[in-house]
Design a protein. Sequence first.
Lengths: 190, 190
Amino acid sequence: MKKSLGPKTLIYPTPVLIVGSYNADGTANIMTAAWGGVASSKPASVAVSIRSATATHGNILQRKAFTISIPCESQAMVADYAGLVSGREHNKMAELGLTPVPSDQVDAPYAAEFPLVLECRLAAVHELGMHTQFIGEVVDVKADYGIVTEGNHVDVTLLRPIVYAMGAQAYFGLGHQLGKAFEMGKGAVE
Amino acid sequence: MKKSLGPKTLIYPTPVLIVGSYNADGTANIMTAAWGGVASSKPASVAVSIRSATATHGNILQRKAFTISIPCESQAMVADYAGLVSGREHNKMAELGLTPVPSDQVDAPYAAEFPLVLECRLAAVHELGMHTQFIGEVVDVKADYGIVTEGNHVDVTLLRPIVYAMGAQAYFGLGHQLGKAFEMGKGAVE
């Protein structure tokens, strides 16, 4: 027996995405978003949903590009700040002591300090009510050498990404490994 | 200094979503997807990306509805199996001993055993290459009483959702709490 909770966006887990874009004056801006994820495997595409009131929204439409960085556990406070204040009134990169780096692939910046960065070309714009969903085609990924293992794989246990949970409105780390995908399921049925 | 890894969809974390739909013959089908997330807050909307080769893809287009269930840690093996085999050849619900329940809101089923279910009306379809992105407007959420706390909030530490990580191709549990969102960031800047 289940309880009806009404219409809510209760997807768990959601990621913590740092969206990088250029303001009209050319300064680098970041904001934090949790509404997003992978959109397609080929072409490699990601989705991030952003309210039109934000500086980032206009920036992405202007430059047709953005970056998405994945912060690590120790950067949770920094990530949270970038979601608390507006890029219209704050130079968040400067305030947080972050180092803006221009993407060599798209017309958008990222902060050198985040361990993993997806450089995205704006591929589609979907108006979905309160949020605009931006689809970014990933042109390149830049990762800190320390989280990349053999075969150019990112080791998630070295990355230590942040998990955001609605309801709790809290950030969590990654827990223990439950099993291997495309593998453990083989034992589910006799 | 960062290493270039090429175009990859390296978003961390991604969720484990169980998509419920009706086959043409009226049997209940489930499949597992990790490409998805929240799409808009109002109307409450979620996104899930699915390949056109799947049974689920045609089912959603036919009935204009689907459910998304969030499995818990102890259901990782079940969730993985539902992503390994096709609903065209397997009655996955029956094989896994799951109980199909018709949504009372939309023309789609879910499995009673998963603790959290989003009942979705198909709101938009975006062709994004290898994957079709389905936008579902969440009409209602059904949650096990045991994970709902005061104020009708879902307690994520009771839910124990599964985190999927690419590269590792592995499932993880939720780790320890790092801090409160919209709160811990206040201390990031002097």
